[in-house]
Design a binder for this molecule. Structure first.
Ligand code: GLU
Length: 465
């Protein structure tokens, strides 16, 4: 589609999770112009703090909107502020007889619904209030009853549209039943304000979860009745967890702000999400511009898409490896930066880049290298002990004569002890870092302050330093 105007239309009733984040990402990637609209018509469940979070999450993901709210303070891109707009269209539908007040109570509707279900019929409004006379309506109003407003669905019409993901769609309007477009408390129903705003805001492509597929015929009927232009639709498959069940906390779903707090890079999150249900020819970590340039609606898949944390971690690893010094430095925890001596900064960042995936791991390494904390498992300590005191005495000598020249230190240690390979590296690693894996040993050697280095070798050399 050329020059598509897309939108993301979240309801601020909770934190943004992976499913919503992917809808936002796909919408931003597929639009030449990307609009953000806050659907806060449910006053009970919408909260200002969720709007704030949402905007922060979208900014963090780099999904800048070309049109939308200026901030968290409600403006014209918040549905709660658009009552006057909706009122005009209610009036239009009512005066042309395409909408009517309905006084059925929730309890009455529930009874009808149960009867229909138990006789194998699809539940839909019975039409009980569809033909009330003006007098009847007035009498009920005078009794203090607050009606909902229902859209009169044309009975004999098929609603057809082409879904960009799911292909041709056909629904019988007669199966739908007259539906509520304004609740009894005066607030607009989702079908209504969502469709009207898409039209009024010039949205040409609606990309959203397939849980909305069945809403689309209702929205198309409304738009047609009002003579408003309908957008194209792309209903994307839902994300499921690795157990095949809908994504939830139990199978690994996380909110975007949780991921951000754990230290995931937005680039990693975006590269992962962009490939959940959408195919790219490239397995490289792509920039936002590249993700956008190569996004293709025809690469969206119909089957449910799986979220797998190992995929996210793969992209995270690539993002850390690719990050420049300033980015990595800013990513570290404040306490990590505070204990990293300025002259060791570049070396430490190199260590972080090739060994860590999260700021918490970088912090462990900073403590090992730049403080006297040296947590060690008994097996690790045993490996250092087994090398023997003479090994570490030779290491102390080698360090004294080599100074910062690591290659020289190793040559001398090798010739002094006859040890090589694992026998050489493992005890050294254990004594210097308390660990058997991690950064190249030359980097450990270079990052440790010479006094601390000596002290750690002396610990196993039977010498009090
Ligand atoms: N506010 C709706 C939601 O969050 C928007 C659905 C749509 O994209 O049309 O589910």
């Amino acid at each position: 589609m050329t020059h598509a105007k897309t939108r993301f239309a979240p309801s601020p009733t909770g934190f943004m999770h992976l499913g919503n984040a992917r809808t936002a990402l796909f919408s931003a990637l597929s639009g030449d112009r990307f609009l953000l609209r806050i659907e806060d018509t449910d006053a009970q469940r919408s909260r200002a703090e969720f709007v704030q979070e949402l905007l922060a999450d979208l900014r963090w993901m780099g999904l800048a909107w070309d049109e939308g709210p200026a901030g968290a303070e409600p403006d014209d891109y918040f549905q709660s502020r658009r009552g006057a707009v909706y009122a005009r269209y209610y009036k239009e539908l009512e005066s042309s007889g395409l909408a009517y007040p309905c006084f059925c109570s929730a309890a009455e509707l529930e009874v009808t619904r149960k009867v229909q279900l138990s006789s194998g019929q699809p539940p839909r409004y019975s039409g009980r209030c569809a033909h009330l006379s003006v007098e009847e309506v007035e009498r009920k109003r005078a009794e203090g009853l607050q009606p909902t407003l229902r859209f009169r669905v044309p009975r004999e019409q098929a609603v057809e549209f082409e879904d960009a993901v799911r292909g041709p769609q056909k629904f019988q309007a007669g199966d739908i039943g007259d539906f509520i477009i304004r609740r009894a408390d005066g607030t607009p129903a989702f079908f209504f304000c969502n469709a009207i705003d898409d039209a009024l805001m010039g949205v040409t492509l609606v990309l959203r979860g397939e849980d909305h597929l069945a809403n689309t015929p209702r929205q198309l009927l409304l738009l047609e009745a009002l003579g408003l232009a309908a957008p194209a639709y792309a209903h994307i498959s839902l994300i499921v967890g690795d157990d095949g069940a809908p994504l939830s906390k139990r199978n690994g779903s996380r909110s975007i702000n949780q991921l951000r707090e754990e230290g995931y890079f937005s680039e990693a999150v975006n590269n992962m999400l962009a490939r959940v249900g959408h195919h790219y020819d490239s397995d490289d970590l792509l920039s936002h511009e590249d993700l956008k340039a190569r996004f293709d609606l025809s690469h969206l898949g119909k089957s449910p898409s799986r979220f797998d944390i190992t995929h996210l971690n793969h992209w995270q690893e690539l993002a850390v490896r690719a990050a420049d010094e300033d980015t990595l430095w800013a990513w570290l925890r404040e306490e990590t930066r505070a204990i990293t001596p300025a002259p060791s900064r570049s070396l430490f960042l190199e260590i972080v880049r090739s060994n860590c995936m999260f700021p918490a791991q970088a912090d462990e390494w900073a403590r090992i290298l730049f403080t006297d904390e040296l947590p060690m498992e008994p097996e690790t300590e045993a490996i250092a002990r087994q090398a023997g005191e003479s090994f570490f005495l030779a290491a102390l000598d080698a360090a004294a004569s080599a100074g910062p020249a690591f290659a020289h230190f190793m040559d001398q240690l090798k010739s002094g002890t006859g040890a090589k390979g694992k026998q050489l590296f493992m005890p050294l690693r254990a004594a210097l870092s308390g660990r058997l894996d991690g950064p190249e040993i030359g980097k450990l050697y270079a990052a440790l302050d010479p006094t601390r280095l000596r002290r750690r070798l002396a610990e196993y050399a039977g010498e009090a330093q």
